[in-house]
Ligand binder design. Structure first.
Ligand code: URA
Length: 237
């Protein structure tokens, strides 16, 4: 007996998109079930043959989450058309389709998650859930004043609005650690620039409760079910 599953969930568990994204895909007419166009994301699926854009889906996969220490110059994108190195390609042995959870700028190093679990990726990157991320920024501009750290912590005006309160501390001369909840483009670089300290090197050392730890540059490891559940719980809190 094959467990019945709604079509949107079936697509999500096949690594296509988050459940919400999958529902939109179904409504847009890109999915066929047993050779017939299907527009209802709630359609129950058991043993039917499902195609997306004419390509048969293998069906629900076991879900997996990896932590990777992204080297500088590697792109945190799933698709790259110009042959540049990507975080996905660094997990070469994984044949399931992986998506990076959020983005790091190309020069930024450190902790990035990759998964075929579209729902988890959505949960962890959605601004509403505010999973904290911690960065270490090596900056120029001389000694960083205590008042500067306070300004960064309280929130500063950027061209796309004021930043939310952050946790900020100096961990070494010229190295600022910032814990932020938002995921705006180049946010840490822009925050530091705004207070007169250009970022020379940026590394993400923590994602929610998960630490980069001693994972070598370019290396990855699969998260345990307990680590995944902790992350999920953190996003929902
Ligand atoms: N903030 C940045 O400025 N860059 C990143 O890659 C991540 C956060």
């Amino acid at each position: 007996m094959v467990a019945a599953m709604r079509l949107a969930k079936y697509l999500a568990h096949s690594g296509v998109a988050s459940r919400r994204g999958a529902a939109a895909i179904v409504r847009s007419g890109r999915v066929r079930v047993d050779g017939v166009d299907e527009l209802d994301p709630a359609r129950e699926i058991t043993t039917q043959h499902v195609e997306l854009d004419g390509v048969p889906l293998a069906g629900p996969q076991e879900l997996v989450v990896y932590a990777l220490n992204k080297p500088a110059g590697v792109l945190s994108t799933a698709r790259e058309r110009h042959g540049r190195p990507t975080v996905v390609a660094l997990i070469a042995e994984e044949k399931r389709r992986l998506y990076p959870v959020g983005r790091l700028d190309a020069p930024t190093t450190g902790l990035i998650l990759l998964t075929n679990d579209g729902e988890l990726a959505n949960l962890l990157t959605h601004p509403r859930y505010e999973v904290p991320k911690t960065y270490r920024a090596r900056v120029d501009g001389g000694p960083v004043a205590a008042a500067t750290l306070r300004t960064l912590a309280q929130g500063i005006e950027l061209e796309d609005g004021r930043t939310a309160p952050a946790r900020v501390r100096l961990v070494a001369p010229g190295v600022i650690e910032l814990e932020i909840h938002e995921g705006r483009k180049r946010q840490v670089r822009r925050m530091c620039e705004a207070v007169g300290h250009r970022v020379l090197a940026l590394e993400r050392v923590r994602f929610g409760s998960l630490e980069l730890g001693d994972l070598a540059s370019g290396a990855h490891r699969e998260l345990s079910p307990a680590e995944v559940e902790t992350l999920r719980a953190q996003a929902r809190r």
